[in-house]
Design a protein around this ligand. Structure first.
Ligand code: MSP
Length: 469
């Protein structure tokens, strides 16, 4: 049986999940389901990144312990994962014992490339990263709306510089395939400017005892990115060299990461170097998506335009949100979300085009006592496109077919014909609609199931898929 391992990034838990997180989960789930539909043995992992220093600050502001704070917020991400009707197998929390043991083991495996050094640098608490002087204009982080602060401390460092040429080769030759191509170029340019060693610990004191202890050094905690990246292994029982790790990382030709454009440096540079150092296999693919904007503005807490995906799910249903994210937001670049557009596509694409098609056909078919045989299907082009991260094209191909059938129905006007006159046409359209239902499986699983059920066997008038709101 063919296998694939698919992961998302693990979000920070200093706030609640928003639409951007939903995008990544839905894209990943569409890919997961596309491979499952094609009978792959899929293992899919998501989770939460809980050891960041900013949790300490946020917990304090909220008047709860850091541990309670991250647990409450992690639960919100887990609930979102479920509310989006995703089919992940694993959910890794980086405060779990399994992760702590795995990350510590990984740290030890990199020992040869780790050394201690006094360091002064400019730090952004939002990014949890050091920057070089003037690397960001005015030494100000626009992403987090805060000035960088100068921090001086003694930390452990990882010898990233040692891997510069090796990394360039790996990316150049697509040993790890970075997709889309323009992100690969971006990473190669970054590498070729020269890589510096990066610090992989923070003083326990500054971390207020939060985070994973550096093995054999109580005075230091692991840098949050160092521990978080190892989740892709620790989520698979890496700590005890377990079955999942052996099956899906060590003995599996497809190891896929899905990440946003802002964290590609960590995944295509740091993580790969860490894996080489620890003598582990590398991922085979990294798919990089863009950002969701709201009315063409960046979604951020400061602009107060953060959208909670669950409110959309409650009002419109999960598949409507999935449809928006997979068809309207370009898979690999930025895309805009607006409630006006959501309402438009609900009324036109979903309710009018797809919903009415099913309703019209099943209404006639019930009257005419039509029976449709179930047939086994091969993987359709739309499912193949979902495997290739081409979600927009996949949905577009399905809707082209929906529009074609609607036009054929309007041209033929079956309601002006007798049952025997229209029988063959109705059966043909129902079969096509059944095929559409199958193609929709990775994109809109609930809707797909309803269409499949309504277009097989003795046909009965279907319930409306997308009732008027
Ligand atoms: N904790 C790190 C990831 C560690 S992975 C080992 C992190 N967390 S995050 O919460 O800031 O981001 C999680 C994911 O959400 C990233 O892939 C990021 O690109 C994505 N998004 C955050 N805001 C987004 C949008 N507005 N739109 C789409 N995705 C966005 O980085």
């Amino acid at each position: 049986m063919k296998k694939i391992y698919i992961t998302t990034s693990i979000p920070y838990v200093n706030g609640s999940p928003h639409l951007g997180h939903a995008l990544e989960l839905v894209q990943a789930d569409c890919m997961i389901r596309a491979f499952k539909t094609a009978s792959y043995d899929v293992y899919a992992l998501t989770g939460t990144d809980e050891n960041a220093q900013k949790n300490v600050v946020s917990a304090l502001e909220n008047g709860v312990t850091v541990s309670d704070f991250v647990t409450q917020n992690s639960l919100k991400f887990e609930n979102l994962k479920n509310a989006l009707n995703t089919s992940f197998n694993g959910f890794i929390r980086t405060t779990s014992q399994k992760h702590i043991l795995g990350a510590s083991k990984f740290f030890e495996l990199c020992r040869e490339d780790i050394y201690k050094k006094k360091y002064e640098g400019l730090y952004c608490l939002g990014c949890e990263a050091f920057y070089k002087d003037k690397e960001l204009p005015d030494n100000y982080c626009v992403n987090h709306n805060m000035p960088l602060t100068t921090i001086q401390e003694e930390n452990y460092f990882f010898k990233l510089s040692k891997y510069q040429y090796k990394l360039a080769e790996i990316i150049e030759k697509d040993t790890v395939k970075i997709f889309p191509e323009f992100r690969k170029t971006e990473i190669l340019n970054f590498i070729n400017k020269g890589l510096e060693d990066f610090s992989i610990s923070r003083p326990t004191e500054r971390m207020k005892n939060w985070g994973i202890e550096v093995p054999n050094d109580k005075s230091a905690r692991m840098y949050v990115w160092f521990d978080a990246l190892t989740n892709y292994l620790t989520g698979l029982d890496f700590y005890n060299d377990g079955k999942l790790y052996n099956s899906y990382w060590k003995n599996n030709p497809l190891r896929v990461h899905i990440v946003g454009k802002d964290i590609i440096k960590f995944h295509a540079i740091y993580w790969l170097a860490m894996l080489i150092s620890a003598k582990q296999l590398l991922p085979t693919h990294e798919y990089v998506h863009g950002f969701i904007t709201i009315d063409n503005q960046k979604m951020s807490k400061t602009l107060n335009n953060v959208i909670d995906p669950t409110t959309i799910i409650e009002k419109y249903g999960v598949d409507v949100l999935r449809y928006y994210l997979l068809s309207e937001i370009p898979a690999l670049t930025d895309g805009d979300f607006s409630f006006t557009r959501l309402k438009q596509i609900y009324d036109s694409d979903l309710s009018n085009e797809l919903g009415n098609l099913l309703m019209r056909l099943t209404t006639i078919a019930e009257k005419d006592f039509i029976n449709i045989a179930h047939f086994e299907k091969n993987i359709t082009p739309a499912i193949k496109l979902a495997q290739e991260y081409a979600f927009n094209e996949g949905i577009r191909s399905i809707w082209e077919e929906i529009k074609r059938i609607n036009k054929e129905i309007n041209d033929f006007a079956p309601w002006t014909k007798t049952a025997p006159e229209r029988k063959d046409k109705i059966i043909d359209w129902l079969n096509k609609l059944n095929y559409i239902g199958y193609s929709l499986t990775p994109y809109m699983p609930e809707t797909a199931e309803k269409i499949l059920a309504s277009t097989t066997g003795a046909i009965k008038k279907a319930q409306p898929l997308f009732p008027k709101i």
